[in-house]
Design a protein around this ligand. Structure first.
Ligand SMILES: Nc1ncnc2c1ncn2[C@@H]1O[C@H](COP(=O)(O)OP(=O)(O)OP(=O)(O)O)[C@@H](O)[C@H]1O
Length: 303
């Protein structure tokens, strides 16, 4: 388990992370979300002892990372997959990591097999594709067979096969009872991978809840209707108390009247419908609404 208490990091006058309180529990994948500059990497670096908190604390299995004798047995991390000496082979890279951390050499073959790099183990890392480098980074994280794993943007730049592989790996690590914390900007991927979410904005905790709860909290039940005479139908739905938005393509978005009622009204009034469907909120929509006030870097939307 990872536990942060009032975790704060200031750079000069600016707080990158402000009073974060959270627990990352075992047995599930916890997604770590937030806009650019929200403080995700800074938090991960503090968990791993690469940065010291200005105040507050963060512990791994109840202890600070700096106090661990052999940390790779407790927590493994993928932060920057390209941060590997390019002239080394995958095998040598993992072997030296194992040797420096008191991990038996036999684990190197095990993790190479686990990430599918056995066939290229003797090749120079400098010639690896991004996907192969990510796999090597993950092999390094798994080397000590730790109970806690941290992945910073693990699917960045990966092809669909690579993304599916990482998703499956994370789910199986969590199913084995491990603690898995993963940051990502890909909402559709997070919706498929994470059970629980921590959302931060401008260094502050915005949400700490299950994926289902976050989506349900934001949900506004809407119905999408396409009708031949959409202007007449829109008027009739407004008379029923519906809030109706007319999209440029003629689609009506209706809040406040359910799809069964709309279907019955359409039949009674002789409307020809081309579409009638319930729309549920996605994680992406819930995320946008949650973080809209804390986006630091925002470009103007093209007209
Ligand atoms: N070494 C540093 N010195 C000064 N400011 C820093 C340093 N590291 C991070 N920051 C600032 O702290 C804030 C949080 O940055 P951080 O990289 O943790 O965000 P992030 O959520 O990981 O962003 P991204 O999604 O873009 O990776 C940013 O405003 C960043 O500019």
């Amino acid at each position: 388990m990872i536990e942060a208490r009032e975790l704060t990091k200031r750079y000069g006058h600016k707080a990158a992370v402000s009073g974060l309180d959270f627990r990352v529990e075992p047995g599930r994948v916890t997604g770590f979300l937030g806009p650019n500059g929200a403080g995700k990497s800074t938090t991960m670096r503090m968990i791993l002892g690469l940065d010291l908190p200005s105040s507050g604390s963060v512990t791994v299995n109840g202890r600070r990372y700096q106090g661990m004798v052999w940390p790779l047995y407790e927590i493994g991390a993928l932060l920057d997959a390209r941060a590997v000496h390019p002239g080394r082979s995958a095998y040598n890279h993992l072997h030296s990591l194992a040797a420096a951390n008191g991990i038996p050499r036999s684990r190197v073959d095990v993790v190479l097999e686990q990430v599918g790099l056995t066939a290229v183990a003797r090749k120079r890392v400098g010639g690896f594709s991004l996907g192969m480098s990510q796999r090597l980074g993950i092999a390094g994280a798994l080397l000590g067979d730790p109970g806690i794993l941290l992945f910073d943007e693990p699917v960045n730049g990966l092809d669909p096969d690579g993304i599916l592989w990482i998703r499956t790996l994370m789910r199986s690590l969590a199913a084995e009872g491990r603690t898995v914390l993963v940051s990502s900007h890909l909402m559709s991927e997070m919706a498929l991978t994470a059970d629980h979410l921590l959302v931060i904005g401008e260094g502050r905790l915005l949400a700490d809840m299950s994926l289902d709860e976050l989506i349900a909290r934001d949900a506004t039940d809407r119905v999408e209707v396409r009708a031949v005479d959409h202007h007449r139908l829109a008027g009739e739905l407004r008379t029923l108390g519906g809030e109706v938005t007319l999209e440029p393509d003629g689609t009506l978005l209706v809040v406040g009247v359910d799809s069964a009622t709309i279907g019955e009204l359409a039949a009674a009034q002789g409307h020809v419908l081309h579409q009638l469907r319930d729309v549920t909120s996605s994680l992406e929509e819930a995320y946008f609404r949650l973080t809209e006030d804390s986006v630091v870097y925002r470009a103007p939307v093209p007209a």
